[in-house]
Design a protein around this ligand. Sequence first.
Ligand code: MG
Length: 161
Amino acid sequence: MIDFRIGHGYDVHRFKEGRALVLGGERIEYSLGLEGHSDADVLIHALMDALLGALALGDIGRHFPDTDEKYRGISSIILLKQVSALVAERGYAVSNVDITLVMQKPKVAPYVDKMSENIASALGIPRDRVNVKATTEEKLGFTGNMEGAAAHAVALVYKEK
Ligand code: MG
């Protein structure tokens, strides 16, 4: 018998001048970055919340508080590796993950393969078990008017019993 668990994650960060734009562990060339305590990698944050959700372990705010100086400017890929270790500690493996970035600009299509590779590597799973896609909201709402970027993620984990 296989014990499956599914989790969902959602995150938003505000655009800010003078910040690097890091998404899926990739530095994206753009005039704006995302504001946050860590590198503000909204895509990885949504994914971590999905994985923690699958295991009923709360959220990233609980595991990596933004009041803790040790997480200032940290690469979210490092945090993802720590979440991956939590999954393994509980005897689960990641089946697959699917992430949707919601952002008006810039276009990230040239980067999504590398983002998927970064995520697969951090999770220790094959590249074909990670999907990263991006959409706009047709210039509507806070992503459409470039106030910020959002990301949704789902993750399936399993344990053989
Ligand atoms: Mg976040």
